[in-house]
Design a protein around this ligand. Structure first.
Ligand code: AR6
Length: 169
């Protein structure tokens, strides 16, 4: 049984086995939660991301996929980088967003992670409406078979927290 928990706060402060990063295909950093994770986790994460670009992901990590690196100085063993879809009003990209959660949990299982913290993937710079992003996140976490014992959604502000709380209640 996987427990779904919610916290309002900063994902870089979480003490968990794996922290999920809302990255972009380049894996080379950015703003938002990605910037915060690289800042707090230190250069070891970027080094590992550069290695992944040089080896497995020369063209970048495709949208909807996930890959793990060291968590550097964060209080976690791994960072799992996933690339959410940019929101589109004209095209339904929900399946790609669901895939981010499924693939991150698959990678977590491969690693043996038991506690995994997720941000609201795609709900920032990538423009996904919060209620819909929360629904897809919670529904997918519930529907995914995994050995992960706790899926912790870490929501940066009250609005995001309330959107997720509306799905979990
Ligand atoms: N802890 C938890 N959540 C956070 C934190 C934090 N420290 N900082 C921001 N959030 P975003 P995206 C929330 O934009 O939409 C980057 O430049 C934020 O309030 O980080 O998937 C990447 O490199 C929002 O609810 O990710 C990509 O280019 C959520 O995290 C692009 O942004 C996601 O916002 C990805 O965009």
């Amino acid at each position: 049984m996987t427990a779904i928990t919610l916290i309002q706060g900063d994902i870089t402060q979480q003490s968990v086995d794996a922290i999920v990063n809302a990255a972009n295909s380049s894996l080379l950093g950015g703003g938002g939660v990605d910037g915060a994770i690289h800042r707090k986790g230190g250069p070891a994460i970027l080094d590992a991301c550069r290695d992944l670009r040089a080896s497995r992901y020369g063209k970048g990590l495709p949208t909807g996929q996930a890959v793990a690196t060291t968590a550097g100085d964060l209080d976690a063993r791994w960072v799992i980088h996933t690339v959410g879809p940019v929101y589109s009003a004209s095209e339904d990209r929900s399946e790609l967003l669901a895939s981010c959660y499924r693939e991150s949990l698959r990678v977590a299982d491969e690693l043996g992670a038991r506690t995994v913290a997720f941000p609201a993937v795609s709900a920032g710079v990538y423009g996904w409406p919060l209620e819909d992003a929360a629904r897809i996140a919670v529904e997918t976490a519930r529907a995914t078979e995994t050995a992960v014992e706790e899926v912790r959604f870490v929501l940066f502000d009250e609005r995001a927290y309330e959107a997720f709380a509306g799905q979990v209640r």
